[in-house]
Design a protein around this ligand. Sequence first.
Ligand SMILES: *[C@@H]1O[C@H](CO)[C@@H](O)[C@H](O)[C@H]1NC(C)=O
Ligand SMILES: *[C@@H]1O[C@H](CO)[C@@H](O)[C@H](O)[C@H]1NC(C)=O
Length: 167
Amino acid sequence: MHSFGQRANAIVTFSVTLLAVICSLASFSDNFNTPSPSAEVKVSNINWFQKQRNGNDEVSLTLNISADLQSLFTWNTKQVFVFVAAEYETPQNALNQISLWDAIIPAKENAKFWIHTSNKYRFIDQGSSLRGKDYNLTLHWHVMPKTGKMFADKIVMSGYQLPDEYK
Ligand SMILES: *[C@@H]1O[C@H](CO)[C@@H](O)[C@H](O)[C@H]1NC(C)=O
Ligand SMILES: *[C@@H]1O[C@H](CO)[C@@H](O)[C@H](O)[C@H]1NC(C)=O
């Protein structure tokens, strides 16, 4: 005869095991989801473009960011962190990456959006090499699962150029 305590213990052990199995199935099933996110970023205005007193160039942009990240969401997705960065080369660095905007997407319903916004974080070059600069805008995402490994990827949009003159 099992005592109540032994029985309760057996039930707890069984539930914990079951939970572990469900969790590994959840993160495993994520491997079968091949997401197809899309994004487009338009620079709708150069608000101003100046050389600061300390010699660094700074630009303020208005961006229209549209994205459909719904396919990143599975039943195992807790939230998605997304950010847009400007990436460009300078003689000093092969890759300069400046985050311009970010957001946390809590649910699939919020994952298809567009936002018209000026850059949330400052776009400053340490030097003064932004005039006429070619750059890419990349939309990066980090998918935070309820269980299992986080994964990250990005969409690169190329062919942007800053003006030759300050304004
Ligand atoms: C931003 O882009 C979206 C999708 O291309 C478009 O529907 C929307 O009208 C644009 N908004 C502005 C303010 O330009
Ligand atoms: C910008 O994108 C192009 C095309 O994908 C790529 O060849 C280039 O290396 C990128 N530039 C930077 C600075 O990442």
